[in-house]
Design a protein around this ligand. Structure first.
Ligand SMILES: Nc1ncnc2c1ncn2[C@@H]1O[C@H](COP(=O)(O)OP(=O)(O)OP(=O)(O)O)[C@@H](O)[C@H]1O
Length: 265
């Protein structure tokens, strides 16, 4: 079940990505609506991170193309923010939390410019939004995993993009941090931003996302959450690991998920 939207913010056409000539994503074709929280869901090795990196043009593709705001990514890079997996970053790099967040401003500063007062204020405000202002001068190597994740999020906020791609932002954070992050993502949605999140947990996906992309090397489904998270489509994606699927089915049946379709423009 693949639902396409009119005036999508992200369009992926027949995208195939290979590592060492071995395809890990096959012929993915999808469109994403503006102003939605989108979850990219699938089992380990399904190609979720690969999809996000390929959309960001961080990987060579074997075929297909991507358009964002109906443009090539290099034309709209400033409008896009990418938060990679926390583990993929060298946290020993000598920088303070504030420095890292300030780096989020570089795209809007222009070449050879030094950060000005407005950039520094934006960086501090972003740290405040994630509750990390008191850690501004702390070296990033001396932060906990959850605090590092918050700093990363602050850097993305400081960038003030229109579309955010986040690879597993909830990995290794406690429930309070997860709630704080999801609250921020909802505020971003209210501001009309689109946030695409690679996510593992099916049960919270029901609650968090308006739109779900189900992936397992091929695109299984893309559409509004309550149409995509069906027993049949989940089995197709996960190959029938029934305990988790039944729990999600129960949640859906109990209507614990508010329909957010109407919020999707
Ligand atoms: N740099 C690489 N070189 C070779 N193979 C890779 C590389 N990165 C990923 N792969 C392979 O591509 C496939 C998809 O990986 P990817 O990281 O996109 O999956 P994922 O759905 O994000 O997985 P997870 O949920 O485990 O993070 C996997 O089989 C993985 O082993």
């Amino acid at each position: 079940m693949i639902i396409h939207v009119e005036n999508p913010v992200v369009e992926v056409h027949d995208l195939t990505v290979s590592y060492d000539r071995k395809p890990v994503l096959w012929g993915v074709d999808l469109t994403l609506p503006a102003g939605a929280l989108v979850g990219v869901i699938g089992p380990n090795g399904a190609g979720k991170s690969t999809l996000v990196k390929a959309i960001m043009d961080l990987l060579p593709t074997s075929s297909g193309y991507v358009r964002i705001f109906d443009k090539e990514i290099k034309e709209v890079r400033k409008k896009i923010s990418y938060v990679p997996q926390r583990e993929s970053v060298d946290w020993d790099f000598p920088a303070s939390a504030f420095d890292v967040v300030l780096m989020g401003r570089y795209g809007s500063m222009g070449l050879f410019k030094r950060p000005g007062k407005a950039d520094k204020e934006a960086a501090m405000l972003a740290l405040e939004k994630v509750g990390m202002q008191s850690f501004a001068n702390r070296q990033i190597s001396q932060l906990s995993g959850g605090q590092q994740q918050r700093v990363f999020l602050a850097r993305a906020l400081a960038q003030n993009a229109d579309i955010y791609f986040m690879d597993e932002p909830f990995a290794g954070v406690d429930i309070a941090t997860e709630m704080a992050i999801i609250e921020l993502l909802r505020i971003m949605r209210e501001q009309g931003k689109t946030v695409v999140v690679v996510h593992h947990d099916l049960q919270s996906a029901v609650e968090y996302f308006d739109w779900i992309v189900l992936l397992n090397m091929r695109l299984v489904a893309s559409g509004p959450t309550n149409q995509v998270l069906t027993q049949e489509l989940l089995e197709k994606t996960y190959g029938g690991k029934l305990t988790v699927l039944t729990k999600v089915g129960d949640l859906l049946r109990k209507q614990e998920i508010p329909s957010r379709e109407k919020q999707v423009k």
